[in-house]
Design a protein around this ligand. Sequence first.
Ligand SMILES: Nc1ncnc2c1ncn2[C@@H]1O[C@H](COP(=O)(O)OP(=O)(O)OP(=O)(O)O)[C@@H](O)[C@H]1O
Length: 504
Amino acid sequence: MSAEDLTNLKISDDSVPTPATTSAGQEKDVAIKDDTPSTEAAAVNGENGEGKMGEEEVCNDALEEPRLLASEFEVNVTLADQQANPDSPLYSAKTFEDLGLHPSLLKGLYAMKFSKPSKIQEKALPLLLANPPMNMIAQSQSGTGKTAAFSLTMLSRISYDLQQPQAICLAPSRELARQTQDVVNRMGQFTPMKTFLAVKESWNRDTRVDAQIIIGTPGTVMDMIAKRVLPIKDIKVLVLDEADEMMDLQGLGDQTLRIRKMLPPNTQTLLFSATFPDKVVSFSQKFAPNANQIRLKQEELSVEGIKQFFMDCADNEAKYDVLLEIYNLLTVGQSIIFCRKRDTADEIASRMTADGHSVASLHGSKDTGDRDAIIDGFREGKTKVLITTNVIARGIDISQVTMVINYDIPTTGFGPQARADTETYLHRVGRTGRFGRQGVAINFISDANSYRWVQELQQDLGVEITAVKTQDYEEMEKVCLDVLSSGVWENPEINLHAVTLFRS
Ligand SMILES: Nc1ncnc2c1ncn2[C@@H]1O[C@H](COP(=O)(O)OP(=O)(O)OP(=O)(O)O)[C@@H](O)[C@H]1O
């Protein structure tokens, strides 16, 4: 980054009422190379599934190299140094006031009990809000506050007196889109802005959208743009939450790319995720050219507060017995059980219900009304255990979730050639241990392959996944209780240990 670039980075101080200015410099760079295969399957998946891609039928990227081991991220220390210098406009924001946010947004943050920025917010927000707007690729561990970072950016960039869509946030599942809309609504509650949720069955052809911020799934957003229900000429910010999944060309990437190409070329493009596997890094740099980047080192991807275990079950059927024993022994706040197949999720749910537990299953073949009711019931604590597939592996934020069980360890591919899917694993276990809380993740193994997958996860992530003897339920209870009783392990500072910033 040149000295001239640095002097251009000013933190916006009147950002709410004023539409953001855009840089002419960005316009020439934002064109995206049209070299991506268009797959019918991906289109159908995005339109109908809204999150289906996380489930078994489309997880077919088998036999990959250990992705997290393969790459060395580039580090440009210069920009990181600038953030340590209080005279630099890139100086991290230690308080929300430092960011020059509009008082109405500050009021919203305080109403949400956000007293100071987390590390990712502290590092990213000065860059996200700077003028002229710059693209951003931002990575930080699960549960560290990425949603607030991009929500504040959207809320700061829109013009409140213009009743037109100006920011779009795309998410991989309807559940995550609904949750993000709720966060934006709460953060912006003292402003006159409106949001619109663009998911299956939320819109009709006769009603043109005039909300400033649109949050939705790519299939529906595509449809709405195509049917001219969602005008896009005033869009200035595009956010991809769970960006690596949104850009995966085996899944939602085709839709996402089509949307990006339709938007004004100088749209500020923001990519957020806890994981950016090598296979999407170069594509993400084309998708968001000249982006500032905040990355984690491979060994920093795990959240320290999540203690990870594996339990050896005699065979597949024995997994259910161990599961039942865990719930008989432990009174956990709330928990999520992840399965590979929808049928397994349904079967476990009915067996556990028959055994007297308060559970629900959620997956992509449920209808939309049921999906909404199930996740809302779980969020409100009416059901204690959610049994699901990868459909809600990402982004879902329910702080009372203290335990995640991988009934089936996530893999890329199937059978003996399958390999542990490290990214999906990180996202799944990241449903607990939110924002500095303590959590437990338990992996069930039942054969040599699943044992190997645990070894692969340990290697990829540099973490210890501790064996818990399944024949000794007392020890199992003690181990889990020890972890869960220690509560919050850190604080709202949240462990983004080493931030590396550079421009691609
Ligand atoms: N500055 C803050 N102060 C207090 N709480 C915060 C702050 N920022 C975020 N949180 C809370 O932390 C929790 C996790 O935040 P969020 O869902 O944004 O994490 P995330 O990084 O997007 O996670 P994931 O990678 O799983 O999507 C939320 O409940 C949110 O309300």
